[in-house]
Design a protein around this ligand. Structure first.
Ligand SMILES: [Zn+2]
Length: 544
């Protein structure tokens, strides 16, 4: 990295309880930061002239958290990282769920492609797409970023480059072209490839296409992260597909590994499949956010024939049909009845008050934001299903929802499983933006440390920290981050284990977490007891 003046300063952290990220319990000691790196760790280090001293007695000192699954690709350009630093996170992996902001010809982006990418990455008005990874990383360096960024290549984007949004297999020449594009970006320093197999155009890919592409990623020692075909009842089948891909020899990370819907027992079956795969020698692991919910389009609970046309999501057509249903009573009762069937099995919604399980995320609407569908239906004095149709029409179809779609019992399975790491599936939220996010963005790591470690005691503190630091670092192949170790970059989080907690809720998701006191990014103090120092000391990392 370019040396910034401030990184040359040395800081001595005194009397902390050091949890080094390996999974070992804390020990009492001091840690000296010099030139951005951890210079020394010992039980006692004497302060020298010029050392800035931070007294950390009673506090936990740990490696900064590495979030292996985020969508901060674009929003990182316009934020100080407030919602991330307040959780103690110092690195984000971007390019997940099949969508990155490279490699794509910006001129070739039509409205349909734009909407697809935007729906995942929460673009602002001044979005930018890149033909190559290196220009993206250069722009991040030029702009200055609050935390480190690790790029993955989105499979859906490669597909768009070669096949547009067509629902078909590539012919041999096209597949070769996809491999060439992927190879070029891996050479530029990407860490691997991601898929989003629940959404078009990623959903149009067969397993063999992904295996062929993964062979290229393997040439570069990269990883494969997958948002798999797991929507609804597909969890077990999707896990088997991920294992099949792992047989090609690539390390596989299953993203946000939890059931989407009430399918009792499926997640335990899926975990068994992963455990068996590892016995076979396949490197499959997974990550999970702690909230007992999922986040996706509100259209997902409308009958598919309303929003799908030739296997493509056609939002304008969906809105036309929904508008028509207001005057066509047969059409309306058909849609309402099918909605009841969908949410009956998927969310176990049987009566009106069960619609508290769907919270609306509609950035442009104060009227709906943070309210559940039951509340909206009471306010408008209409059937909850009709309330959803109204919201979809009002928001032109581009509205998301957070679904309380998992039992607490199923939710805990992957949080405490020995093969899981903690990741948010969230993103950096610029303070001035009108994004109305899910609460994972602001409260994933702090919820694990506050609720699951301190309150419910289902994880030990040092094991939880391992899942946020050295475990993702190992998966990514990072050689100098993720541990408190001499010579490693000084990404460091200091927090109060008795106070750390998330504050973000479904109703009010933008509240910052509490309990993190100091965060260093590459040796520079980025967060200091409630104040953001604007250090912008993050860097984009390259695999090679
Ligand atoms: Zn995803």
């Amino acid at each position: 990295m370019k040396e910034k003046k401030s990184t040359l300063k040395s800081t001595l952290i005194k009397n902390g309880r050091l949890i080094d990220g390996t999974g070992n319990p804390w020990f009492k000691g001091d840690l000296l930061i010099e030139n951005g790196k951890i210079k020394e760790i010992a039980r006692k280090i004497k302060a020298k002239n010029g050392n800035e001293v931070i007294e950390a007695s009673g506090l936990i000192v740990s490696p900064g958290f590495i979030d292996i699954h985020t969508h901060s690709d674009q929003t990182i350009f316009s934020s100080l990282g407030e919602n991330i630093l307040t959780q103690g996170v110092t690195t984000h992996v971007v390019g997940n769920c099949g969508f990155s902001i490279f490699p794509i010809d910006p001129e070739s982006v039509n409205d349909e492609i734009y909407d697809m990418v935007k729906s995942i990455l929460e673009f602002g008005k001044d979005y930018k797409l890149y033909r190559h990874l290196n220009k993206y990383l250069e722009d991040l360096e030029k702009k200055g970023i609050p935390i480190n960024i690790i790029p993955l290549i989105g499979h859906s984007i490669i597909r768009i480059m070669v096949l547009g949004v067509e629902n078909r297999e590539p012919n041999p020449e096209e597949l070769q072209k996809m491999k060439d594009i992927l190879r070029e970006e891996m050479e530029l320093g990407a860490f691997g490839m991601s898929t989003g197999l629940d959404y078009p155009p990623g959903s149009f890919a067969k397993t063999d296409e992904i295996i062929e592409l993964c062979k290229v990623v393997s040439e570069f020692d990269g990883i494969f992260t997958t948002h798999f075909r797991g929507f609804g009842s597909g969890l077990v089948r999707a896990t088997k597909e991920a294992v099949k891909i792992a047989r090609s020899g690539i390390p596989v990370e299953i993203s946000h590994f939890k059931p989407f819907g009430f399918w009792p027992g499926d997640i335990r079956k899926a975990c068994k499949i992963v455990e068996k795969a590892r016995e076979e020698g396949l490197d499959v692991t997974f990550d999970v956010f702690p909230h007992a919910s999922n986040y996706t389009f509100l259209l997902a609970i409308v009958p598919p024939w309303v929003y799908l046309s030739k296997d493509r999501i056609d939002i304008p057509r969906a809105i036309d049909i929904l508008k028509k249903s207001r005057t066509d009573s047969d059409l309306k009762s058909k849609i309402l009845q099918e909605m009841s069937t969908i949410v009956g099995s998927f969310l176990n919604i049987k009566e009106d008050k069960d619609w508290v399980k769907i919270y609306i995320n509609a950035p442009k609407s104060k009227e709906y934001n943070g309210k559940h569908v039951y509340q909206i239906s009471l306010e408008k004095n209409i059937d909850p299903r009709e309330a959803i149709i109204d919201i979809l029409i009002n928001q032109n179809g581009t509205v998301n929802a957070t679904y309380l779609s998992i039992t607490a019992e199923d939710n805990i399975v992957t949080i405490v499983h020995p093969l899981s790491m903690i990741a948010s599936d969230g993103l950096i939220i610029p303070e001035k933006s009108d994004i109305f996010p899910n609460p994972y963005c602001n409260g994933t790591f702090t919820q694990v440390l506050g609720k699951y470690v301190r309150e419910e005691k289902v994880l030990t503190l040092h094991d939880a920290i391992r899942r946020m630091t050295s475990f993702p670092a190992q998966k990514l192949g990072l050689k100098d981050r993720g541990l408190l170790k001499e010579g490693y970059w000084a990404d460091i989080t200091i927090f109060d284990a008795d106070k750390i907690i998330d504050k973000a809720t479904y109703e009010n998701p933008r509240l910052y977490s509490e309990g993190v006191e100091y965060v260093f990014v590459n040796g520079v103090l980025a967060y200091n007891k409630g104040n953001f120092t604007k250090s912008m000391s993050g860097i984009p990392l390259r695999k090679r």
